[in-house]
Design a protein. Structure first.
Length: 233
């Protein structure tokens, strides 16, 4: 496997910076960046022009990682060339949070089962239940298939997020990449910077991953009390 990575600024000449992609002939291109790179069709169109046969997937972010640094309001494009692994791309729209499980089922159903080793999934970051999306995928995929990916962001605004797929950028689309064959080895990990504060509390009412009460008190009231003036945000 060979990878080539590019970091773009909003005012960059996309075609000039990404020109080496055409010679690399990648099988997969991953795109993660600030909102402006997805709100306009320019970047997706440039990538498809340079690598028309490559699978394309990515999403808007709340920060981008290139090599070992974190950036804001840039775009990181990674071109991947496999020696033996086959790549399949699928996508489906999501009608809202209640459709999360169904969207996962539909996406998984579009992926040919034979030889499927791993799935990368990128979904919208609002009006979606990520846990239900994964559950929908798991209900249709073999237990041996690794599922990884993430949900889009909009720099913390939680208003409108974007994914990028075979037909460009959309705010209501989930994109999936299937990796096939026995020659690809997949591992995954997670990391978060959250820190707990306040006393330990018992969840007294919830529905799946939706929290309603802590210690018999409305969770929303507790959060408002802790957050003070920040609660309105």
């Amino acid at each position: 496997m060979k990878t080539t990575q590019f970091k773009l600024k909003a005012n960059a000449d996309f075609e000039a910076v990404l020109a080496p992609i055409a010679q690399a002939q990648p099988d997969l291109i991953l795109v993660f960046g600030g909102l402006s790179f997805f709100e306009s069709p320019k970047l997706a169109e440039t990538i498809k022009k340079l690598a028309p046969n490559a699978a394309l997937a990515g999403c808007s972010t709340a920060g981008e990682i290139a090599v070992d640094r974190v950036y804001d309001n840039t775009c990181v494009v990674t071109a991947v060339k496999f020696e033996k692994t086959k790549v399949t791309q699928v996508s489906t729209t999501i009608a809202g949070m209640a459709d999360s499980f169904g969207a996962g089922e539909r996406l998984a159903g579009l992926l040919p089962a034979e030889g499927l080793r791993a799935v990368l999934v990128f979904g919208t970051g609002v009006a979606i239940n990520g846990s239900a999306l994964v559950a929908g995928l798991q209900s249709k995929l073999d237990a041996s298939v690794t599922i990884s990916g993430g949900l889009a962001a909009d720099a913390g605004a939680f208003k409108q997020t974007w994914t990028m797929g075979p037909t460009g950028s959309h705010d209501d689309e989930i994109v999936g990449i299937g990796l096939y064959g026995t020659d690809v080895n997949v591992s995954y990990g997670t990391f978060a910077g959250w820190e707990p504060f306040g006393p330990a509390r018992k969840v007294t009412r919830c529905e799946q991953n939706i929290l309603y009460e802590l210690d018999g008190e409305r969770a929303l009231d507790i959060y408002k009390r802790y957050l003070g003036d920040y609660a309105k945000d």
